[in-house]
Design a protein around this ligand. Structure first.
Ligand code: ADP
Length: 527
């Protein structure tokens, strides 16, 4: 076992030599001494993991040596070798913390087993202690998972870093534009917190950041050339500085220091702080990302609000003059002679198109603001279809399209009459628009137990399968339709879906490019 240092004390030279030899062969670093006082001097000079001693030695007994060594270093494990043992000696040995007794005479393998057991126990105890110190990190990582508050994370990190390592101060510095500033601190004077603002390559923190690894410092650092101290910078004696790195990006640094004389950071402390630093970096990165998304969302919300406001103002302002224009143009159209009539026809046609776009915008606006009030009544489906067809049939006959009405028995749905009319007109006018001259548009009604489904099919251009859902999005138009001049802006189906959903129904389409389309409109049956 490399790096394990064992001190053996026995006044019997032969036993001592046997022990040292056996343990060295097993790979331990061993020092052998012939008395308790020599053992004490050794422990004063260097640290040992295990002390093995004979019980009966002249001048200082094994137990006395154990007690004195325990006072010098509480972490040393102890084994006593003895030929005679009294109950009192055993009790005293246990009190001092001796782990094993090896009864003399023994074979090297007996000693070796006792040493292994003791060291194994020590390893397990250390591992347990290490795991115990890491436990607070578990709670912290749970807290971080739910925390997106950028101010809160550094504060928690500082608190736990200071508490768990019994440090005198801790701080989290974050990097912004190559400048480090303190975002949270405990145990530092307020003026230091307020004034600390340094370049990312300056001081201990800068060194940790540049080298991208934890820096553990002990001793007087004033003259340490690595840290490029400015005049008047606070001096630290014992410190750990850990860069906060996430996804290979340095976000800042966690600094922890101890000011009492002789205080040092243990290996476990540094391991704890390293895990803490990496958790903190991930949490800070998450919180930043969240803040960015929130900003972007708020920006979008604002844009959306402005857009709605613009649409609302523009559409209302356009609608009134357009209505006047349409009324006069229609009036003149009736009276105008020959070619003038044709021109006025075009004026009326364009104005009608413009009006339908503005009406669509106003409908959407009313849905968005919640103004679109539902007024459900029992509506006869056949009459609703006839009503919608009234205005649109001339358009279909203009394109020599046949409209086939399947047998529609008398069925009634629960719907808002005006909304249903708008939805049906929308579907019908699309069918007419996207079906070439001479095509057929068929209407049918299917009856389910709880709903009635109006089915509208055409023999038109069809819709690619992967766009069947997207056509219900606002402003979405199939590219092919975009290329054809058909005078829409992609709002009709979005409005239709939102209105149908307001009426507790649903709407969907089935189609394939070039194969015609079928739209289904399902509404609840009358109560
Ligand atoms: P607009 O008709 O104003 O473009 P709509 O929201 O009513 O907007 O329709 C969106 C898109 O869906 C249309 O641009 C078209 O590409 C496609 N579409 C809708 N109905 C049909 C149909 N009956 N046949 C083929 N494509 C259609």
């Amino acid at each position: 076992m490399p790096d394990t240092r064992i001190l053996v004390a026995d006044d019997d030279k032969a036993v001592l030599a046997m022990c040292v030899h056996a343990l060295e062969r097993a790979g331990y670093e061993v020092v052998g001494v012939e008395s308790g006082s020599e053992a004490l001097s050794c422990v004063r000079a260097q640290s040992f993991d295990l002390f093995i001693t004979d019980l009966r030695m002249p001048r200082m007994t094994g137990l006395e040596a154990c007690r004195a060594i325990r006072d010098l270093d509480p972490n040393v494990d102890m084994i006593i070798m003895t030929a005679f043992g009294s109950m009192e000696a055993a009790i005293e040995a246990l009190e001092i913390g001796v782990s094993e007794f090896v009864r003399k005479p023994f074979q090297p393998c007996d000693l070796f087993e006792a040493v292994e057991r003791t060291l194994d126990k020590r390893r397990r105890e250390r591992e347990n202690a290490r795991l115990r110190t890491l436990l607070p990190l578990l709670d912290l990582s749970r807290a971080f998972m739910h925390s997106v508050d950028l101010a809160d994370i550094p504060e928690r990190v500082v608190r736990i870093a200071k508490e768990e390592t019994q440090a005198s101060s801790a701080s989290v510095m974050l990097l912004d534009d190559d400048i480090l500033t303190i975002h949270a601190a405990e145990g530092l004077p307020p003026d230091v917190i307020a004034e600390t603002r340094q370049r990312a390559d300056e001081g201990i923190a800068g060194y940790a950041i540049t080298h991208r690894e934890p820096l553990v410092l002990e001793g007087d650092l004033k003259d340490d050339v690595r840290f490029q101290y400015r005049e008047g910078t606070r001096q630290i004696e014992t410190a750990v500085s850990l860069p906060l790195i996430h996804k290979n990006e340095v976000l800042g640094v966690l600094n922890v220091s101890k000011t009492e004389e002789g205080a040092a950071f243990t290996e476990t402390n540094v391991e704890f702080l390293s895990v803490l630093a990496s958790q903190a970096a991930a949490a800070i990165d998450n919180a930043r990302l969240f803040a960015e998304i929130q900003d972007a969302y708020e920006h979008l919300e604002e844009l959306d609000r402005l857009k709605s406001e613009f649409i609302s103002i523009a559409s209302h302002e356009l609608r009134a003059p357009l209505t006047v224009l349409l009324a006069y143009a229609t009036l003149l159209e009736d009276q105008a002679p020959g070619s003038m009539r044709e021109h006025l026809d075009q004026v009326v046609g364009s104005a009608v198109q413009l009006k339908s776009i503005i009406d669509d915008m106003i409908s959407l606006q009313r849905i968005d603001t919640g103004e679109a009030q539902m007024n459900p009544t029992d509506v006869d489906v056949r009459s609703a279809l006839d009503h919608a067809l009234d205005d649109l049939e001339p358009l279909a006959s203009g394109k020599e399209q046949a409209i086939e009405m399947g047998s529609v028995s008398q069925v009634t749905v629960r719907a808002d009459k005006q909304m249903l009319d708008l939805v049906l007109r929308n579907l019908l006018s699309n069918a007419i628009k996207f079906t070439p001259e001479g095509g057929t548009i068929s209407l049918a009604v299917e009856q389910g137990e709880e709903e009635i489904v109006i089915v509208l099919s055409d023999t038109g251009v069809g819709i690619p399968k992967d766009e069947l859902e997207r056509i219900f999005e606002r402003f979405y138009q199939v590219e092919d339709a975009l290329r054809r001049e058909h005078g829409g802006i992609g709002l009709g189906l979005a409005i239709a879906r939102e209105m149908v959903e307001l009426m507790d129904g649903h709407i969907w389409a089935e189609s394939e490019a070039g194969e015609g389309s079928t739209f289904y409109l399902a509404l609840p049956r009358e109560d």
